[in-house]
Design a protein around this ligand. Structure first.
Ligand code: MN
Length: 716
């Protein structure tokens, strides 16, 4: 049975002279907490944390990681709290234990197989410190080694999960031995017959294989030594699952797998690697297409080696991997090699170090042509852009970071999104504005009568949800404009004894629409509805000639036409002087200021409404209605603005703020000040400004004022 001394010995072998007092304390604490508990095998429970700790020590990880491994099941399986672990072992260890505990809540069941990739991402995303993931992998390896004690159903589920989730993760992290072990153990439980058959074939040939491997090693070593290269040559059978996969894809027997044995030449220097390659190729004939230079082009997981396959003297194929010692360590230990290369000791091993290494990896990836997208899967520091959440059925959805329940609802189905009235996150009802976090389980409440509203564009962040909401709103507006346009035309034509439906049916409107460069009659009617077309003109065109002479008195030009006529001569659209023109209004939702990027929308009977270009509500408006607007060179008006200023709650705070306003020559029209918990004051000021520049200067001045926490523009 493994003892704590074995763990410490392993730890010190990789990190000579390192402090291990915390490891001893973690052992004593964990053993006490797990006291009396047994594993399914009947052994004392403590065997498990000790074995996991030994695996972690073998990876060369630091003291905090070993402590984390020893304590990894205490929060979940014993009465221990995170606070206790923090108090005894510090934040770093507690965060590792907590991370592993959270990960164990992620379960992968059979029906979700096709989501393996999402689950891998989820697992990675949830372990915000890469060491959490390594401890989890160590935990999984020991559980796989002791899987025989589980019930058959559990065995299969765990083995499947190992194959789909954890072995690929080990691969992405570049830990070759771990991937091979996990794959082989999963193979043994998932395909026992195939496993045993392969085992028999391998056993039957053990003697010859050993002799062959030794012969080849001797020959390679001697030959390279004659040429002045001092190298270490090893040879071994590849892992079972990789041989099995080869047999299956090529549909061949074990005896016909030529590259079941990998020979490895470890050199002193990079130059020796290429020299070795040269000599090997001069002595044996290389197999075309089998030479790969992963030194010049590392794999995404930073694996480096030169691979070649040559034909031996008996016609057998020999696969040789050539690398330096450092490349070898990285190939075996992957990301864990990073900790191995850092000098031991030192409790300052913060997560950022690991991330820097990952960033290198990602950079290597961007130059690599390998389609296995490392970046996709190991977004440790890089998963800022995605969040992984569950449906009530346990299905995973990947959403943009910052997503709300509304985004989730649209990700499930457009109908669910469109009729969404509320959401429960992890069983608790929350506002639609809530930001989702990794691992949240979300339930959407719907109502048949609910419809997308313009407010939703201020909540939704995913393009899917935004597009659906926008499309719905625009379609609704268009429907209304179509209705209004039809009504207008019908009423006007009736005055002349003409029937609008008949004209429509006879295609007269369609023809006119074509002449006016609308794509069809409907678009023309919609334009009438929006007030973009001169109705008098239109009616005149439509009427038979004898009726045309008398323009109807009731049909005046539309407001928008009046606006357009007023600014005639300007090709740049409406020029906003903001004062005398009653037909131009500023949208209350975004309250644009002179200097801001704006856009106008025509509306029949209401002239032109000016929005900020970035206004979420403007996005919901039919682009058909859009009209160009710009601020006049000298804006003569003042525009009202509301600012919310959050401050510390101290004496003289308000006076300090008021002073800033005075300094910027702005008088406050109204102020609402109130204290808010945690010694915060929230003050809302209403005042007039000339333009954006003046406002920006004021805001900067406020932000630079002592104890001002936040300054935010408020819209109506
Ligand atoms: Mn465990």
């Amino acid at each position: 049975m493994v003892r704590i001394d074995d763990v410490i010995d392993t730890f010190l072998r990789r990190r000579p002279g390192a402090d291990f007092s915390a490891i001893q304390r973690a052992y004593v604490f964990s053993a006490k907490q797990h006291e009396g508990q047994l594993r399914k095998s009947g052994e004392p429970y403590m065997v498990h944390p000790l074995e996991v700790a030994r695996i972690i020590a073998e990876m060369g990880l630091d003291e905090a990681s070993i402590c984390g491994a020893l304590l990894h099941d205490t929060i979940e399986d014993t009465a221990t709290s995170k606070d206790e672990v923090t108090a005894m072992f510090g934040q770093e260890v507690a965060a590792l234990v907590d991370g592993v505990t959270k990960l164990s809540g992620v379960n992968f069941t059979h029906k979700e197989q096709r989501q393996a990739e999402s689950f891998r991402k989820l697992v990675v995303a949830m372990s915000e410190d890469i060491r959490v993931l390594l401890i989890k992998l160590g935990d999984r390896l020991h559980n796989m080694r002791t899987l025989e004690h589980m019930k058959p159903e559990a065995r299969e589920r765990i083995a499947q999960e190992t194959r789909e989730i954890y072995a690929p993760l080990a691969d992405r992290l570049g830990i070759a031995w771990l991937k091979a072990d996990l794959d082989d153990l999963a193979f043994m439980y998932l395909e026992p017959e195939a496993f045993e058959e392969l085992q028999r074939s391998v056993d039957k040939t053990t003697k010859e294989r050993k002799a062959y491997i030794q012969r080849t090693i001797d020959e390679l070593q001697r030959f390279l030594k004659e040429n002045g290269l001092d190298v270490k040559v090893t040879g071994r059978l590849k892992n079972f699952y990789s041989i099995h996969k080869k047999m299956r894809t090529k549909n061949i027997a074990y005896e016909d797998v030529h590259d079941a044995i990998a020979f490895r030449v470890v050199c002193d220097s990079l130059r020796d690697c290429y020299a070795t390659l040269g000599f090997v190729h001069s002595r044996w004939v290389p197999v075309p297409g089998r030479f790969k230079d992963y030194v010049a082009m590392p794999k995404p997981n930073r694996y480096q080696s030169v691979h070649t396959t040559v034909v031996g003297k008996d016609g057998e194929r020999i696969e040789i991997q050539i690398r330096t010692q450092e490349m070898h360590d990285v190939a075996e230990a992957g990301i864990a090699a990073h900790w191995g290369y850092k000098e031991g000791g030192g409790g300052n091993k913060n997560a950022a170090d690991g991330f820097a290494w990952l960033r290198d990896l990602v950079e290597a990836q961007s130059e690599s042509t390998d389609s296995q997208d490392f970046l996709e899967s190991v977004k440790v520091d890089l998963f800022r852009d995605e969040v992984f959440v569950f449906t009530p059925e346990g299905e995973v959805k990947a959403l943009r970071r910052g997503s709300s329940p509304l985004d989730f609802a649209f990700a499930v189905h457009t109908q669910v999104g469109s009729h969404c009235v509320g959401a429960r996150v992890n069983g608790v009802q929350v506002p639609l504005r809530t930001e989702l976090r990794n691992g949240d389980q979300i339930e959407i409440m719907t109502s048949k009568t609910q419809r997308p509203s313009p407010d939703w564009l201020e909540i939704a962040v995913t393009s899917r949800a935004r597009n659906k909401i926008r499309a719905y709103l625009r379609q609704e507006q268009r429907k209304q404009a179509r209705q209004a346009g039809g009504d207008l035309l019908e009423k006007a034509l009736r005055k002349f004894g003409c029937s609008f439906p008949k004209m429509l049916k006879r295609g007269e409107l369609e023809k006119l629409a074509g002449e006016m460069r609308f794509s069809n009659a409907d678009d023309l009617i919609v334009a009438v509805g929006y007030g973009k077309v001169d109705l008098t003109d239109l009616i005149n065109q439509l009427l038979p000639e004898d009726k045309r002479a008398r323009p109807p008195a009731e049909l005046k030009e539309t407001p928008i036409e009046r606006v357009m006529r007023k600014v005639k001569g300007s090709d740049d659209g409406i020029v906003l002087d903001g004062l005398d023109n009653l037909l131009v209004r500023f949208a209350r939702c975004c309250n644009p200021l002179p200097g801001e990027d704006v856009v106008g929308f025509v509306s029949r009977g209401r002239g032109v409404v000016i929005h900020r270009r970035s206004c979420a509500r403007a996005e919901a408006l039919d682009p058909e209605r859009r009209t160009k607007v710009q601020w006049s060179r000298q804006a003569v008006s003042q525009r009202p603005v509301k600012l919310r200023v959050t401050t510390g709650d101290r004496v003289g705070m308000l006076a300090a703020i008021t002073n800033v306003f005075i300094k910027h020559d702005i008088s406050i029209d109204s102020a609402h000040c109130q204290a808010e918990g945690h010694q915060r004051g929230v003050n809302v000021f209403t005042f007039m400004v000339r333009d954006l520049t003046q406002l920006n200067e004021l805001v900067r001045g406020l932000k630079n004022t002592k104890d001002v926490v936040d300054v935010e523009r408020v819209h109506y």
